[in-house]
Design a protein around this ligand. Structure first.
Ligand code: NIG
Ligand code: FE
Length: 413
């Protein structure tokens, strides 16, 4: 199947060749082709250019006239937890009444609440619940997604989650990366024995996950009240023996040492980063680790925002992701995340578009195949409604502006 998109107002983030990530002042510029065409064959982008050199569309199986519309690469959401059971709106009310995220967790709520429900949910039911969220984010224009385990917290339930993640990748047009997050919280049966649970992760869970080939990455919630730097180092050392690179939850609740640990273990990304100081920025500058911010979580929990402006002005790259999960960010619209990036983190529209395309592709190991309109990359494309500029996307923060979504070369929305 071949597809020609013609008369686009602009192709945004279209470049060949393209860098694997953009940092510092480069984040505020975007390669744009005005009045463009784009041709895809099978699941791959073949060619593009300005309409002045239009090659014609008689050979294409499908033709879309994108007059007045903007064409972009589909969003890459590099941090989600969309495989979960049920929801947690009761805790939402507890939060409104004044309890903090940590207080709720200490009472056995939070992640443990979701773990209890997930253990009781069949694999088929979990798949059906999660499939709805997968289809929902496709409608928002997401084409590649990282999904974490971490609501099972015992070996069979973690494997159940990871099998559901794999099935989402097989049965939807999303490109899916799976992350094993056994170290999301200490389960109730190990209360007071965190070391025992870390032993279980190392001795039983990681080998089982790796044997079934169910994960691309390993993650640890390295933060105050959850897992320490020492726990994290033990888990990452073992995971690296099994060939699992790290993506860490770090510095959401405190200066946890998570960023330092991520850089030391060459993590692909460190995520959250509300507590980031000069020392952390310096280390990240000299690393291949992508700092990833999740503004939906700080917004939803009413917590402090990370120093995004300072990070970019220091020369760092940034990725943005939804963190779609039942506890701290129960929504998966990357466009709303872009708006939060602009409004709360003072990032410019071009910076947030780089952060949800090429840089978030990098944060999930996909920057050679995703995150830009580049010949040879995956034909994952968004066509907007008629809008005046690409800056309008984060500006009109409550409007649904995605008209068409093309994933793996097929029109899916
Ligand atoms: O990324 N911070 C840790 N984990 C998730 C929240 C999970 C939950 O509360 O269910 C997060 O915010
Ligand atoms: Fe998360």
């Amino acid at each position: 199947m071949s597809l020609m998109i013609k008369n686009a107002r602009s192709l945004v983030q279209a470049a060949d060749p393209v860098a694997s990530r953009v940092a510092g002042t480069d984040m505020s510029s975007l390669p744009v082709i005005e009045d463009g065409w784009l041709y895809c064959e099978g699941d791959t982008i073949k060619s593009y250019g300005p309409m002045s050199g239009f090659p014609g569309d008689t050979d294409a199986d499908e033709v879309i006239d994108a007059s007045g519309r903007f064409v972009l690469p589909a969003w890459c959401d590099s941090h989600t937890h969309i495989v979960y059971a049920g929801s947690r709106e009761r805790e939402y009310m507890d939060k409104i009444r004044g309890l903090s995220y940590e207080e709720i967790a200490k009472r056995g709520g939070g992640i443990l609440n979701s773990a209890k429900l997930l253990r009781e949910t069949s694999e088929e039911d979990l798949y059906q619940q999660s499939l709805k969220r997968a289809n929902e984010i496709i409608g928002f224009g997401t084409g590649a997604v990282e999904i974490k385990s971490g609501y099972g917290l015992d070996t069979p339930s973690e494997l159940k989650m990871l099998r559901v993640i794999k099935r989402i990748g097989e049965t939807t047009p999303l490109d899916v990366k799976a992350t094993f997050l056994g170290a999301h919280a200490v389960p109730a049966e190990y209360a007071g024995n965190r070391k025992g649970y870390v032993d279980l992760i190392i001795n039983e869970m990681i080998p089982a996950v790796a044997d079934e080939g169910l994960a691309d990455f390993i993650d640890v919630f390295c933060d105050r009240g959850f897992f320490t730097v020492e726990d994290t180092e033990r888990i990452l050392t073992s995971a690296s023996d099994w060939g699992l690179p790290a993506k860490l939850h770090a510095n959401e609740l405190d200066f946890s040492g998570g960023i330092q640990t991520g850089v030391k273990y060459k993590a692909l990304s460190v995520d959250h980063l509300e507590f980031t100081g000069d020392e952390e920025i310096e280390l990240l500058l000299n690393s291949g680790t992508m700092p990833t911010l999740l503004p939906g979580a700080a917004f939803f929990l009413g917590m402090v925002d990370p120093p995004a402006r300072k990070m970019i002005d220091s020369g760092l790259p940034l990725a943005l992701a939804t963190d779609y999960n039942p506890g701290s960010s129960p929504q998966g619209d990357m466009k709303l995340i872009m708006s939060l990036g602009c409004i709360r983190l003072r990032m410019l529209p071009a910076e947030v578009i780089n952060a949800v395309t090429i840089n978030s592709a990098y944060a999930m190991g996909l920057s050679s195949s995703h995150g830009s309109i580049t010949p040879g990359k995956r034909a994952n494309i968004i066509i907007t409604k008629e809008i005046p500029s690409y800056e309008y996307l984060p500006y009109a923060y409550g409007s649904h502006l995605i008209e068409r979504v093309i994933l793996q070369g097929r029109i899916v929305v």
